[in-house]
Write a protein that binds this ligand. Structure first.
Ligand code: FE2
Length: 563
C-alpha cells in the first residue's frame, strides 16, 4: 500500500503489506501519510490532523498492553494511556515489528486516545502474515510503552497440526496473581482465554459507566496480569462479575449498557457493528479448530430458586434465540476437526447432594435448552465437540449425554476450570485443621462423581487454570494448579484428560491432590478418582485418524477416606 493512498476503511494499517521496513523509514512514512489516524480503532479520513502531544504530558501506561482475537491476518491491539491534566486528546503511535528491538516494522499508524473512550486505544490491525508471532508497542512522542507479543492464526481452512492455549476464569483481587504469572511461563501457548469474572464489581456501588471503568483500572494495574497479557494474546468473554452477581436479561438497561461499554473499552475485542451487546463470536485455527465463544449471562432467563428441584425448564433460555441459532448454525457448518465451545457457565448437569435443591450445574436451570443443543449434536452426528467452562471455581471433567440416554455414549465433553484466585478458599474458610478440611473437600468432590456418574473428576480444593493441546487426532486437557499464597509457586498438573477424534469416552490420568493452600504445600491427599491412563496421541495416516480404542474400564482406586 502506498503511504499516500488512504487505507481502506476498517483497517488500522498504514504500512502493512509493504514488507518490513526500518524504523526511520516508518516514521518518515507516518509523517507523509500524516493522514491515516485511527481513533478508538477507527481511521479518520485522509487529511485529518494528528493532535500534538499535550504540553507537559507525562507518558504512562497504567494498564499495560494486550493483543486480542488472532485472525489469519491480524489482531486487535489495546492499551490505555494516563489521562492528561487538561483532558486534551493524546496521539498514540502503534508499531508492529518482526523483532523486539523494532528495527523491522511491518505495520503501524497513529491512534488518538480521548476521554470519550476512557483513554483506551483499540486498533484492529489487518494485513499481517498468517500463522506467526510478531512484537508490538505503543508510543506517545518518543516514549515507548511495554513491548507485547501478538499471534496471527493459520490461514482459514488450511491444514493445521497443532493449537495450544490456556483458559481460566475468576481472578479476584487481594491475593497474589500467582496463577497469572505461572500461565505466562507455560511453554508453547498460542493464546490465553479468559471466560469471565475477569473483574468482580461491587454489586451495591458499581452502577455508572465511570464506576465500571474504575473497576477495570483497579484490576488491570497488577504487574503479573500485565505480564501474562503482554506475553500471550487474550481471547475474552464476560461472566456476571463484569455486571453484578447473578445478572440476567431483566437487568436494568442503563446499568447493563454501562457494564458492556466498559468491557468493550477494556478488552481487545471489536464489537461487531459497534453492538456492545454482542460479544459472542468465533476464533478459527486453520482446519483444526473452531473456538465458539458464547455469552451466557445477559440473555438468560432468571435463575430458578434454590428449592426448585425438578422444575420444568421447557422454554427457558440461557443463550437467547438469536445466539442459539448462531451457535447451532456454526456447529453444523464448521469444517474444522474440533468444535470447541467456550461457555463461561458450566454446561454439564450436576445433581445436588441435597435432592430437594436444584442442581449445581450452571445450565441445570436451562436443561431443556442444553438438551436441545446436545440433541442436535447427537442427531446430526456432529463429532469432536468439547465444551470449556468456568464460573464454578471447581475443576470438573464430565461426559455430556442427551437426557434421554444418560448412560449412553458421550456426544460431547465438558472441562471446567477452577478459580484463578482464592475466591473463596474453601480450605481456609473452613478453619481448623487445614489437612482435615482439604481431605473433607476431596471427599465431597469424589462423592459428587458417585452421584453424577458422567463426572470423571471434581476438585473443589485447588486454584489455577487449564491448558488445552489440540492435535489432529486428539484433544488433551490439563488442569494446572499453583499455591496462590506463594508468589514463586510453580504450576503442577492435577489431572490430564484425553479425547480422541470420534471418541465417546475420555481417558484420564489423575494425580494426588496437593494441599496447596495448607501450611505445608508438599503434602498431598491420595486421589480417590479412577484413572484409565492415557494412550499415546494417535497419528493421522494419510490424513485419517485411527478409530479410537474401545473405552477401557476405569481402574478402581481405593478411596483414601480418612474422615
Ligand atoms: Fe467467579
Amino acid at each position: 500500500m502506498s503511504p499516500t493512498t488512504p487505507p481502506p476503511p476498517g483497517t488500522g494499517d498504514v504500512v502493512a503489506g509493504a514488507g518490513p521496513i526500518g524504523r526511520r523509514r516508518f516514521l518518515a512514512l507516518l509523517g507523509a501519510a500524516g493522514a491515516a489516524v485511527a481513533v478508538g480503532g477507527r481511521l479518520r479520513p485522509a487529511g485529518a490532523q494528528t493532535p500534538p502531544v499535550p504540553n507537559g504530558y507525562v507518558v504512562a501506561w497504567p494498564d499495560g498492553v494486550i493483543a486480542g482475537d488472532p485472525t489469519p491476518d491480524g489482531t486487535v491491539l489495546w492499551t490505555r494511556v494516563e489521562p492528561p491534566a487538561g483532558a486534551e486528546p493524546v496521539p498514540v503511535t502503534w508499531e508492529v515489528a518482526a523483532d523486539d528491538a523494532f528495527t523491522s516494522i511491518v505495520a503501524g499508524g497513529v491512534a488518538v486516545a480521548e476521554s470519550s473512550a476512557d483513554w483506551t486505544v483499540k486498533v484492529p490491525v489487518t494485513g499481517l502474515a498468517a500463522d506467526g508471532w510478531l512484537h508490538y508497542r505503543f508510543l506517545v512522542g518518543a516514549d515507548a510503552g511495554p513491548v507485547g507479543r501478538l499471534r496471527t492464526a493459520p490461514p482459514a481452512g488450511t491444514p493445521t497440526a497443532s493449537l495450544r492455549f490456556g483458559f481460566a476464569s475468576c481472578q479476584q483481587r487481594g491475593t497474589e496473581r500467582v496463577a497469572q504469572r505461572a500461565a505466562s511461563e507455560e511453554a508453547g501457548l498460542d493464546f490465553f482465554v479468559h471466560l469471565g469474572d475477569y473483574v468482580y464489581v461491587d454489586d451495591g456501588a458499581t452502577v455508572s459507566l465511570d464506576d465500571y471503568r474504575g473497576v477495570y483500572h483497579a484490576f488491570k494495574g497488577d504487574a503479573r496480569l500485565q505480564q501474562l497479557q503482554a506475553t500471550l494474546p487474550l481471547v475474552a468473554m464476560w461472566d456476571d462479575g463484569e455486571f453484578r452477581n447473578g445478572i440476567d436479561r431483566t437487568e436494568d438497561p442503563a446499568r447493563r449498557l454501562a457494564a458492556e461499554t466498559a468491557w468493550f473499552e477494556n478488552m481487545p475485542v471489536e464489537a461487531p457493528g459497534g453492538d456492545v451487546g454482542r460479544p459472542y463470536r468465533t476464533v478459527a485455527w486453520g482446519d483444526l479448530a473452531d473456538l465458539f465463544l458464547i455469552e451466557t449471562r445477559s440473555r438468560r432467563d432468571p435463575e430458578l430458586d434454590d428449592d426448585a428441584a425438578g422444575a420444568s425448564t421447557a422454554g427457558r433460555t440461557c443463550l437467547g434465540a438469536e445466539q442459539k441459532a448462531w451457535l447451532l448454525d456454526g456447529l453444523r457448518s464448521s469444517t474444522a476437526r474440533w468444535k470447541l465451545i467456550a461457555s463461561p457457565t458450566d454446561i454439564a448437569p450436576w445433581a445436588n447432594l441435597d435432592p430437594s435443591k436444584r442442581g449445581f450445574g450452571g445450565w441445570d436451570d436451562y436443561a431443556a435448552e442444553r438438551d436441545e443443543i446436545l440433541g442436535v449434536i447427537a442427531a446430526e452426528g456432529i463429532e469432536d465437540v468439547v465444551f470449556l467452562c468456568g464460573e464454578t471455581h471447581v475443576f470438573i471433567a464430565a461426559h455430556l449425554m442427551p437426557s434421554d440416554d444418560p448412560g449412553g455414549p458421550a456426544v460431547a465433553f465438558a472441562f471446567t476450570t477452577g478459580s484463578q484466585s482464592a475466591d473463596p478458599d474453601l480450605v481456609r474458610s473452613a478453619g481448623g485443621d487445614a489437612y482435615a478440611a482439604t481431605q473433607g473437600f476431596v471427599n465431597v468432590g469424589f462423592g459428587s462423581t458417585l452421584l453424577n456418574p458422567h463426572q470423571t473428576y471434581v476438585n473443589l480444593v485447588n486454584f489455577g487454570y487449564t491448558v488445552v493441546q489440540v492435535d489432529e487426532c486428539a484433544v488433551t486437557v490439563e488442569f494446572r494448579t499453583v499455591n496462590v499464597y506463594d508468589p514463586d509457586s510453580r504450576a503442577q498438573t492435577l489431572a490430564r484428560f484425553r479425547v480422541a477424534h470420534g471418541a465417546t469416552r475420555m481417558e484420564s490420568e489423575i494425580a494426588d491432590i496437593p494441599a496447596l493452600s495448607a501450611p505445608d504445600p508438599s503434602r498431598t491427599i491420595p486421589s480417590p478418582f479412577a484413572s484409565t491412563g492415557l494412550s499415546a496421541v494417535p497419528a493421522a495416516v494419510g490424513g485419517v485418524c485411527p478409530l479410537p480404542a474401545a473405552p477401557s474400564a476405569p481402574q478402581p482406586v481405593a478411596p483414601a477416606f480418612t474422615g
